[in-house]
Ligand binder design. Structure first.
Ligand code: PBG
Length: 329
């Protein structure tokens, strides 16, 4: 008996034509899997370039419908708003986060009114777009204060929920914030607002272009290593996720994406909660630059997204979402 090996067995037989390959495909990617980030800026009828993210723009609030219409046409289930707050509104406390006329609140009000529940609206809970030092929390004597920051994050969450956010996404990495936010939401009867916890967020070198996009790059004092995770660790990711599940997260985010596929699989295998991945700005710009310089083919985008599905992610936040929708649908 010589089954189970060459020449009886030839794995290439299953790859011989497109139809066999399609038939045997183990993972699928569609626009249902994608979340599109949208950067916001002040003003009217403004669409500004982000130098470090070719092809990605900041939009003034009146232009958001043009982006969302496209996302809807592409069957993208959710968009995520990020504000580029003007320097004059930033201070050490990040108080602009609680201004009910800030960019996020305006974007939420306009889009919720116009689109009702046709598309999901996700908002970041953290202070970095609003602080003059660029940190996600309050800074005192060179330390990021945990509990004091949470008090503000809770207020920020309630404000965003009131303005129409469907999914609150705390990306700040303070200890205990998910529980406090959930409790406050319940108390104010926002039972249906979901929490997407950035449970596993590494102190990464791949966030540079994003910080440029929201205007925190040049002002950031030091680094975020006392609250974001050390990229050498994976057991710690399991502890973070188990805590956030207990505290009331509906799903969890792992970030960055491609350098952390092992973490996605680990979390997927250890918990029953849906796992999302964030293909962050640095990953986007590297791939985009490679394509523009013709170093790699455009098909690298789909390859880069499929790996998240293979690793076990349910959904992916990606700046490529609208660009590749046509190819996927
Ligand atoms: C901050 C935040 C960051 C990103 C999303 N929310 C950057 C940071 O932690 O410094 C990064 C996203 C990206 O790089 O695409 N709360």
């Amino acid at each position: 008996m010589i089954t189970g090996r060459y020449p009886t067995l030839r794995l290439r037989r299953n790859r011989k034509f497109s139809w066999t390959r399609r038939l045997l495909r183990e993972n699928d990617l569609s626009t249902n899997d994608l979340i599109l980030p949208i950067f916001l800026t002040d003003g009217k009828n403004k669409k500004t370039m982000i130098k470090s993210m070719p092809g990605v723009f900041r939009y003034s609030v009146d232009l958001i419908p043009s982006v969302i219409d496209k996302a809807l046409k592409n069957k993208i289930p959710m968009v995520a708003f990020f504000p580029n707050t003007s320097k004059k509104y930033k201070n050490i406390f990040g108080t602009e986060a609680l201004n009910e006329n800030n960019l996020i609140c305006k974007a939420l009000q306009i889009t919720k009114k116009k689109y009702k529940n046709e598309i999901g609206l996700m908002t970041d809970v953290a202070l970095d777009p609003y602080t003059s030092h660029g940190h996600d929390g309050l800074l005192k004597n060179s330390k990021i204060l945990n509990d004091e920051t949470i008090e503000i994050l809770v207020k920020q969450s309630l404000l965003q929920a009131e303005m129409g956010s469907d999914v609150l996404a705390p990306s700040d990495m303070m200890d205990g914030r998910i529980g406090k936010i959930r409790k406050a939401l319940d108390k104010e009867k926002f039972h249906d607002v979901q929490i997407l916890s950035y449970a596993v967020k590494y102190a990464s070198n791949f966030y540079g272009p994003f910080r440029d996009a929201v205007g925190s790059k040049s002002i950031l004092k030091g680094d975020k290593k006392t609250y974001q995770m050390d990229f050498s660790n994976s057991l710690e990711a399991i502890r973070e996720v188990s805590l956030d599940i207990k505290e009331g997260a509906d799903f969890i985010m792992i970030k960055p994406g491609m350098p952390y596929l092992d973490i996605i699989t680990t979390i997927r295998n250890n918990f029953k909660i849906p796992v999302f991945a964030y293909q962050v700005s640095g990953e986007y710009s590297l791939i985009k630059n490679g394509i523009q310089k013709k170093l790699i083919s455009h098909n690298a985008i789909i390859e880069s997204l499929m790996c998240f599905k293979r690793a076990g992610a349910s959904a992916i936040v990606t700046y490529f979402a609208n660009d590749i929708a046509n190819e996927l649908n």
